[in-house]
Design a protein around this ligand. Structure first.
Ligand code: FEO
Length: 169
């Protein structure tokens, strides 16, 4: 059985994952209308779906453990970007925010000696290592590319292989 503070904290995480899904959906839509960013758009459409899965997994866990998962109200995410670089910076910042939030949850689970939730959260801890790494690598690549258009062409072409190769990314 979840404690009330743990249930509330997990429901906050549901909201954060749902917000992530919306934020990445907006990134996908913005990318899709830019010339030559088809690969980036596809990447964020899939990323958005993945965040929804993260949200659902949490909701199912909360209900399974005797709590009540709340479907959250969401604010509109950022829908336009100055450019691809600022969008990917936002992507990284968002993932860092999610990682911090997961770490807080782990800390709460340990302080409550809620080992079931602690165990459940380990999947998210591993997931965040991957997500942060992926966002950092993509930002580093964009930094290297700078204003080189052929570099950006290759970036867009190759971004999906980061998801498909070696599992997810
Ligand atoms: Fe589910 Fe990318 O955080």
């Amino acid at each position: 059985m979840l404690s009330k503070p743990m249930q509330d904290a997990l429901n906050n995480q549901v909201k954060l994952e749902a917000s992530s899904s919306q934020a990445y959906l907006a990134m996908a839509s913005w990318s899709e209308i830019q010339p030559g960013l088809d690969g980036v758009a596809e990447f964020f459409f899939l990323q958005s779906e993945e965040e929804r899965i993260h949200m659902l997994k949490l909701m199912r866990f909360i209900n399974e453990r005797g709590g009540f998962a709340i479907v959250p109200t969401l604010e509109q995410p950022i829908v336009t970007y100055k450019g691809i670089k600022s969008m990917f910076e936002e992507f990284l910042q968002h993932e860092l925010l999610v990682s911090n939030s997961i770490n807080d949850l782990v800390e709460l689970a340990l302080s409550e000696r809620d080992y079931a939730t602690h165990n459940f959260l380990q999947w998210y801890v591993s997931e965040q290592i991957e997500e942060e790494k992926s966002a950092r690598v993509l930002n580093d690549k964009l930094e290297l590319i700078g204003d080189d258009k052929s570099g950006l062409y290759l970036f867009d072409r190759d971004i999906m292989s980061r998801r498909q190769g070696g599992g997810k990314k």
